[in-house]
Design a protein around this ligand. Structure first.
Ligand code: GLN
Length: 308
């Protein structure tokens, strides 16, 4: 296992310089704020068990968390339902795009919590009588993962809600199948605001570390979720976190992770560390191109591959 000085001394700016010449990928065009993102923004951070958080240049540059929020939504839904969320959402990889209009054929459940359908559902499973209460509860839970008070970019949340036609379609499909008990519009509103939470790579690395380290935030020392919940979430990140690119990712990086349309990636190396990378241009599976290359190099240099 990697550990100690290697991760403490690792040169994150040198890694950044190595991947910056890579020009592949396209920014998401799903909302104006993502289409206008700086294609050359790039940050990478590590969060270690002793509470050390380190980052490259751009480590404090903020961005929308987008789908990198999904593991934490799943964790909070598992915690609030005492694990019963596992009856409401599948845990099998789909081999399809993150927003595919597809539910499990035999049960009508979303296929897993890392695709949009599953995340829309997990948002609806947390405690709260209305969308406002559920959004506030999620934001408080996400803030505990981060060890600081997080905020929502309300313009991004509004765009997500307004322009997320496939998400509305998925919510209606889940209503029709009896999988979703709150109204479709309420469910999408809460999901849209969760995707619009503002983070930077340092914050996201701490969130990833909290899952990697059995549910205890290494900076605040707070237990955020149980060790069992953290384990379940990291297992599903490993199999489903990079959508239809999960197999390739697991072979080449070998670290449970979650990708997102903002170009953010959160990595949770069980028992070892959390990491995050952000670079907006995406490949065909919606994974940051520079983020994937940087993750491959980081994993190889620090010996992070879980099957390594
Ligand atoms: N908010 C985005 C959406 O729902 C999240 C998708 C993603 O990051 N892959 O389309």
């Amino acid at each position: 296992m990697p550990q100690g000085r290697e991760a403490h001394d690792y040169d994150l700016d040198a890694l950044r310089e190595r991947v910056m010449p890579e020009r592949g990928g396209e920014r998401s065009s799903s909302i104006p704020q993502l289409a206008d993102a700086d294609p050359d923004a790039f940050g990478i951070a590590l969060a270690l068990p002793d509470g050390t958080v380190r980052s490259s240049a751009d480590g404090r540059r903020t961005f929308g968390i987008q789908s990198a929020v999904k593991p934490f939504l799943f964790a909070l839904a598992l915690a609030d339902t005492d694990g019963a969320a596992l009856d409401r959402v599948g845990i099998e990889p789909t081999g399809e795009a993150f927003d595919a209009l597809k539910l499990e054929s035999d049960t009508g459940r979303p296929p897993n919590p890392m695709v949009n359908a599953g995340a829309i559902l997990t948002c609806a499973l947390v405690d709260g009588d209305d969308p406002r209460e559920r959004s506030a509860r999620l934001l408080a839970g996400l803030s505990r993962f981060a060890g600081r008070e997080l905020e929502v970019d309300h313009d991004v949340a509004h765009s997500e809600h307004l322009l997320g036609d496939r998400n509305h379609a998925l919510a209606h499909l889940m209503r029709a199948e009896g999988a979703l008990s709150v109204s479709a519009d309420d469910a999408v509103a809460v999901y849209a605001s969760a995707c619009a939470v503002i983070v930077d790579v340092e914050i996201l690395a701490v969130m990833g570390a909290t899952l990697a380290l059995g549910g205890v935030n290494p900076v605040s020392g707070e237990r955020v979720v149980s060790a069992e919940v953290a384990r379940d979430v990291v297992a599903v990140m490993a199999t489903c976190g990079v959508y239809d690119g999960s197999g390739r990712w697991m072979r080449s990086v070998g670290v449970p992770a979650k990708s997102s349309v903002s170009g953010a990636l959160v990595l949770s190396v069980p028992g070892t560390l959390g990491a995050a990378v952000m670079s907006p241009p995406l490949d065909d599976q919606g994974t940051s191109v520079r983020g994937r290359i940087a993750s491959e190099i980081l994993s190889a240099d620090l010996g992070l591959h879980v099957f390594g």
